[in-house]
Design a protein around this ligand. Structure first.
Ligand SMILES: Nc1ncnc2c1ncn2[C@@H]1O[C@H](COP(=O)(O)OP(=O)(O)OP(=O)(O)O)[C@@H](O)[C@H]1O
Ligand SMILES: C[C@@](O)(CCO)CC(=O)[O-]
Length: 912
């Protein structure tokens, strides 16, 4: 391996043997000997040492969390000017930087801002052309507002810098960076510094050393006047603070910088100074590990045939210059794929590599700089500066290298960036483990031999196109771009359970939803990701039980079957049940997905290589129709992918498309739910408030939209008691069979309740609103009593009914959905005081329940219509770190609380 195990160790100190010879006259005391040795401490020792002289002997520098200091003659008076914690950090870092002085500031950008204040209007700054977006933005501002001539030149080449150094140009500052970010270009720091000093002696050489840290490179020793680092990166190492460090040795420069920091008040706060001191202690350890892994990743990608930028590779065009001035290659590398969409798929497919800006932390990160850290540079300028849009940057952390390679490899495979090399015979598990332990570079080279990059020449593409046309090779179908959908849950106001037996039920959609992304993949597999349920599964399309597809579903299917096919369902259950690591809830969602996936494709040759990712802010299995919302998402995404329905036009989805989605969602509900009435999927697809009657026993069913009462408030309270809809519904059916004389009159009574509710909610009743609400409350209480008699309540539901009915609340509640736990619904009358509602919510929370306020009605199925730049944007270009995250990853990482805003940021939704 090229990276020495402790690269910085030799650079600060020589060795113990180089200590000054002891004087013959007087042998030094023990303390003197120790002091002399300490002068030569190596980098890691300096990092870990604590040199503060605390009055109590504290072994880490204490946090002096104070703005002011008493007295007139002490060392400190005001934290803006100086603070013992910050001071401790600064003197500690000065040793690490080999500088006379260092200064700790609030961010790396504050450092640059402070340094740039040394330039006066009319003077010139020479800066590089492969710059961090934030640096570029600040320099642009300086040009337009500060009267400074900012010129971008290729500062990695002496010959590009020299022509700008003529005296007439008044060059005051030359900003250098090596390696650059993200292209890892190398500048010969000593050569450029010398050339600049000779041609423009007044110019200050400033080096942004963030990519290296003082552990690997100390530009002050190479001729620089000022060095700055973003302390947020390697120095702190944990992405839990922001800081910047300026290091300098020239007294005039130190004086000016100190003056500016004191005047502006940009010094680092005491607590952050403490955190940074803590992080620095492990810097060399962390970086050794990070670099060793970065080297493996670079070798792996390089031997797969990607163009990799990393100075640790012998093939790097300026590796010799880099190793002359630095002692390690760092832990940031980048590579190109030649295809922006492919890069997005790779970035969206990794899991261990987090999508994030910044670098240098213990956790590994992946990004596409053009969409993230460098998004504030316009596309035209990026192109001019040779920054490929498809560039992927990897920032390597301290995780186990094998896990990082696994994750990256999986993503490269599923994105289609590499394919298995069929002529490769893999090493046995034991052999591979042995090779990893003895020669990790040989291990990674062997691993890379298991794959190859698909050849992408025009001729190859032509040949594979012709072959596909002739049906010669089974090239898998996929979709052109992500399909994004969402569907709401529901609350049943009247008629649950009875609706299964043909009684009318009244239900409304809620403002909690399931969201899903169907994304293309290229590895002939189908994947399912449900982060809420820890589901991360994939299957080879060819290994699915295609031979069991019912005969009538051969050929692509547009309209759903009415019934499930038991042999196919059983085969899918068998396949999915082998994933013992997945819980029961997740298993159910996988079976439903695969069933729809297969039946809708109709045959293996029509199957799509896709990943379905779903996440929901609905409580799952709590009576709010989470299964129907999920089913509607699966159905609509797959139907759109197969072009069985077309994307909405004129802001509407056609009535026939809506019915087709509903049919498939119902089929999925049958998988999840046993004997569903169809009300949940009807609401998930259509939204709004509806009266729904199932067609049973020859009686025709139907759906009636209710528009009269849109502003009724409902409180949904989750008991958090888990239950199973399938068995509760089956329980009522069994009771009906056993005791029809008990159950049938209950069903009749519920029908009367639903009929009256329908009249009240459709605005047909001739009564004022107060009377209507009071009547609805009576119906709610009656309906609940009937559900109790059907045996589907639960003590916790009864506790909610009692708590809401008690003084001072006096409200009517009932269970909703399947019961047996799950949720209760409480009607909140218009005039109900806000303060009492607050008190009710607090009471319920105190009793361990989870209340959620909502209103009646709301949108149904949502389909996202893609626009030119519709990826998930977090922050904006103006904010500097414009983060654009591939949709699949954005959904996966949003979390229940972030889903609604994730969807809102995407924009472009059409609802039924
Ligand atoms: N967000 C989701 N992602 C994946 N699967 C889900 C999701 N939500 C629900 N499911 C599937 O649906 C099942 C829950 O369905 P179930 O019918 O028991 O509850 P519900 O629909 O929330 O309640 P109810 O039917 O009483 O309204 C889960 O076990 C899971 O298989
Ligand atoms: C219990 C039930 O009535 C509602 C489940 O949300 C069953 C159904 O209608 O499918």
């Amino acid at each position: 391996m090229t990276t020495p195990s402790s690269p910085g160790e030799t650079s600060l100190a020589t060795s113990v043997s180089s200590l000054p010879p002891s004087s013959a006259a007087k042998s030094p005391t023990y303390a003197e000997q120790y002091k002399a040795r300490a002068v030569n401490w190596r980098f890691s020792t300096l990092c870990a040492s604590v040199d503060n002289k605390d009055q109590y002997g504290a072994s880490s520098t204490p946090i002096y969390q104070t703005a002011t200091f008493k007295g007139m003659d002490g060392q400190y008076d005001y934290t803006r000017s100086g603070n013992p914690t910050r001071g401790g950090l600064e003197s500690h870092l000065a040793r690490l930087y080999g500088a006379t002085q260092t200064f700790a500031l609030s961010t790396g950008m504050t450092c640059l801002d402070t340094i740039l204040r040394l330039v006066k209007p009319g003077e010139t700054v020479l800066a590089g052309d492969d710059l961090y977006g934030g640096t570029n933005r600040l320099l642009t501002y300086l040009g337009t507002h500060g009267g400074v001539d900012v010129r971008h030149v290729d500062t990695t080449k002496v010959e590009a810098v020299l022509p700008h150094l003529e005296p007439g140009n008044k060059v005051k500052m030359v900003l250098l960076e090596s390696p650059t970010n993200p292209l890892l270009k190398i500048a010969d720091l000593a050569a450029i510094s010398a050339a600049v000093k000779a041609a423009a002696p007044a110019a200050l050489i400033v080096v942004d050393n963030t990519m290296m840290s003082p552990y690997l490179q100390r530009p002050l020793e190479l001729g620089a006047d000022i060095v700055y680092d973003s302390g947020t990166k390697y120095l702190s190492g944990h992405h839990d603070l922001m800081a910047g460090i300026i290091a300098a040795s020239r007294p005039d420069v130190c004086k000016d910088i100190a003056f500016l920091i004191n005047s502006v008040g940009s010094g680092l706060a005491p607590f952050d100074s403490f955190l940074l001191l803590r992080g620095v202690k492990t810097m060399s350890l962390r970086m050794d590990r990070q670099m060793a892994t970065a080297q493996l990743v670079a070798v792996y990608l390089d031997s797969l045939g990607f163009l990799v930028h990393y100075p640790g590779l012998k093939s790097h065009p300026k590796a010799d210059i880099h190793w002359k001035q630095a002692t390690g290659a760092g832990a940031v590398l980048s590579f190109v794929t030649d295809d922006k969409a492919l890069s997005e798929r790779i970035v969206g497919g990794t899991r261990l590599w987090g999508i994030s800006v910044s670098f240098g932390a213990v956790n590994s990160l992946i990004s596409m700089p053009c969409l993230m850290s460098h998004a504030s540079i316009s596309a035209a300028v990026r192109a001019e500066r040779g920054l490929p849009e498809n560039l992927i940057r990897l920032c390597v952390g301290i995780e186990d290298p094998r896990d990082l390679i696994d994750d990256l490899e999986h993503s490269l495979l599923s994105a289609g960036a590499i394919t298995p090399n069929l002529s490769y015979s893999p090493l046995s598990h034991a052999k591979a483990a042995e090779l990893y332990a003895t020669d990790s570079e040989a291990w990674i080279l062997d691993r890379a031999r298991g794959f190859k990059r698909p050849s992408g020449t025009a001729i190859d593409k032509l040949i594979s196109g012709v072959k596909r046309g002739l049906g010669i090779t089974p090239v898998k179908n996929t979709i052109d771009q992500d399909i994004v959908v969402s569907a709401p849950g529901k609350v049943i106001l009247f008629g649950e359970h009875a609706v299964v037996h043909g009684v009318t039920a009244v239900a409304t959609s809620v403002d909690l939803r399931c969201f899903a992304v169907l994304s293309p993949r290229s590895d002939e597999k189908v994947g399912l990701e449900v982060p809420d349920l820890d589901v991360e599964l994939e299957w080879k399309i060819s290994k699915l039980p295609w031979n069991l597809l019912p005969v009538h579903s051969q050929g692509q299917k547009r309209v759903a079957d009415k019934e499930l096919d038991p042999p196919l369902l059983q085969a899918i259950e068998g396949l999915v049940n082998t994933h013992v690591e997945v819980g029961k809830t997740g298993i159910g969602s996988a079976i439903a997905f695969l069933y729809l996936y297969m039946v809708m494709a109709g045959s293996e040759s029509n199957a799509l290589a896709v990943t379905f990712t779903a996440s929901s802010n609905l409580p799952i299995g709590a009576g709010l129709g989470s299964s129907a919302a999920y089913s509607a998402c699966v159905a609509s995404a797959l139907l759109l992918a197969h072009s069985h329905i077309s994307a909405p036009t004129d802001d509407t989805l056609s009535a026939s498309a809506t019915n087709i989605v509903d049919g498939w969602a119902f089929l999925s509900e049958k998988v999840l739910h046993g004997n569903p009435s169809g009300i949940d999927n009807a609401v998930a697809v259509r939204g709004g408030a509806v009266a729904y009657t199932r067609a049973v026993g020859g009686r025709s069913g139907g759906l009636n939209n209710l528009h009269g009462f849109s502003s009724v408030r409902l409180l949904l309270t989750n008991t958090l008691v888990a239950r199973n809809t399938k068995s509760l519904v089956a329980g009522v059916s069994a009771k009906r069979l056993a005791e029809p004389h008990v159950v049938d009159p209950i069903l009749d009574a519920i029908q009367e309740i639903s009929d009256e509710a329908q009249t009240l909610l459709s605005g047909q009743a001739h009564a004022d609103r107060k009377e209507l609400v009071s009547r609805l409350e009576t119906l709610i209480m009656e309906n609940h009593t009937h559900l109790v008699n059907l045996g589907v309540s639960h003590p916790s539901l009864e506790a909610i009914v009692a708590a809401t009915a008690a003084e001072p609340f006096g409200l009517a509640s009932k269970l909703t959905g399947a019961g047996g736990g799950g949720c209760a619904v409480t009607l909140i009358p218009d005039e109900f005081p806000q303060s009492t509602l607050k008190e009710l919510i607090e009471t319920l929370e105190r009793n361990g329940f989870q209340p959620h306020l909502t209103t009646l009605g709301g949108p149904g199925l949502g389909i996202h219509t893609p626009t030119a730049t519709d990826d998930d944007k977090v922050g904006s270009d103006e904010a500097g770190e414009g983060v654009i995250v591939p949709k699949r990853a954005g959904l996966r990482d949003a979390g229940a609380d972030g889903l609604a805003s994730w969807a809102e940021r995407l924009g472009g939704w059409t609802y039924t």
